[in-house]
Structures are given as structure tokens and as C-alpha cells.
Write a protein that binds this ligand. Structure first.
Ligand code: NI
Length: 199
């Protein structure tokens, strides 16, 4: 969800190696996957054990998110890795500063209310639309240290968590807008689907 204007951070390449690091040897930032890539429609698998390799991957996801300059959330699916992992960094909202969040196996336990807000997606560049979602949610998962996390979220945090958890289920925000609005976006989406991307 690119929403915030943030200065791109310098992301030096990190020296990642060791076993289980086929993914981790990729350069940073990790290559984003874009609309039309079938991986974005797949369901990600739960992470059974949070190892050092998983922690390093989560760090790379945070660096990749920072490198976008305006992204506030990223799901592993968006870098082509079908693991249930999201990272969120919304910075500040209503004078409240939020720490970057790493969440493995996030689950929405409950939700209520309804609110419409504009969304975008790093995997669907230059497309935004109003999306109706529950206003308040309760999310649980595990952090990078395998600690249980319980989050009661509203506002931007609730929205970005729902958007990123959708990615883990192969759902994009454009799936949640009305058919009419989606038809208005269809030329743009077809253009994205045909676009040449670096691989
Ligand atoms: Ni997205």
C-alpha cells in the first residue's frame, strides 16, 4: 500500500549466506512481483519454524519495503516467496509512531465496523481505488523471535494488515472493489499485465 511519502533509504547489500539461503542470496532490494504474475494469486504456506533464515528473510523484506520509498506493507508473496509472512511499517499516524512490524502466520481473529479508504499496492503500480473493509480488527501471529503477538488495530494499521494478509491468500485489493470501478480500471490493469518487467 504505497501511501506515505518517505525518503528512500539507502539499502546496502547485505552479506547473507549459510544454508537454506537460495532465496536469501538474492540482491536487496528483493525483486517485486507485479500484477499478472501468477504467484500473486497463490496461497502462501504457514511457516512451521522461525529460523535464522526466516529472520534474515524478514529483514530483507523490511529493507525491500524501505527501498520502495512509499510502501507501508509487504507480503512475502510479493517477492515470490509463498510463506505466510508480512512486514508493515506505517511510520507515524496521528502523532503516534509505530515500530516496523514483522508477522509470521498472521490471522485475523475478529473484525467489526466498516470503512472506505483509498488503497494502492506495490505490485499494482499507479493504480488506486477506494476499498471498503472492516474498521477494527484483532490479529494474532508470531514475531521474528517466535513470540506470540496480539494486535488490536484500527485506522491505517488495520487497513494495511488486512491488505497484506489478503496477499497471503492470493487476494488483491482490486478484487474488493465493485465491478463497475474495476471495469474503469481494466485498461490500466491490462497494460500492467502486458508490461515488460525485469526478472
Ligand atoms: Ni499490496
Amino acid at each position: 500500500m504505497p501511501k506515505r511519502r518517505r525518503k528512500p533509504k539507502n539499502t546496502a547489500t547485505s552479506d547473507v549466506g549459510g544454508e537454506d539461503s537460495v532465496v536469501l542470496r538474492e540482491t536487496i532490494p528483493l525483486q517485486l512481483r507485479y500484477y499478472g504474475d501468477p504467484v500473486l494469486r497463490k496461497r502462501a504456506e504457514p511457516v512451521s519454524e522461525i529460523t535464522d533464515a526466516e529472520r534474515q528473510f524478514a529483514d530483507q523484506m523490511l529493507m525491500t519495503l524501505a527501498a520502495t520509498g512509499n510502501g507501508i506493507g509487504l507480503a512475502a508473496t510479493q517477492v515470490g516467496v509463498l510463506k505466510r509472512l508480512i512486514v508493515v511499517n506505517i511510520g507515524e499516524e496521528d502523532d503516534e509512531a509505530y515500530e516496523p512490524l514483522v508477522l509470521f502466520n498472521p490471522e485475523i481473529l475478529s473484525s467489526d465496523g466498516e470503512i472506505v479508504a483509498e488503497e494502492g499496492c506495490l505490485s499494482i503500480p499507479d493504480v488506486t481505488a477506494d476499498v471498503k473493509r472492516p474498521e477494527n480488527i484483532v490479529v494474532e501471529g508470531l514475531d521474528a523471535h517466535n513470540e506470540f503477538v496480539h494486535i488490536e488495530a484500527d485506522g491505517l494499521l488495520a487497513r494495511v494488515l488486512q491488505h497484506e494478509i489478503d496477499h497471503l491468500n492470493g487476494i488483491l485489493f482490486i478484487d474488493r472493489i465493485s465491478g463497475l470501478k474495476r471495469r474503469l480500471l481494466s485498461d490500466e490493469l491490462q497494460r500492467l499485465q502486458r508490461a515488460e518487467r525485469p526478472s
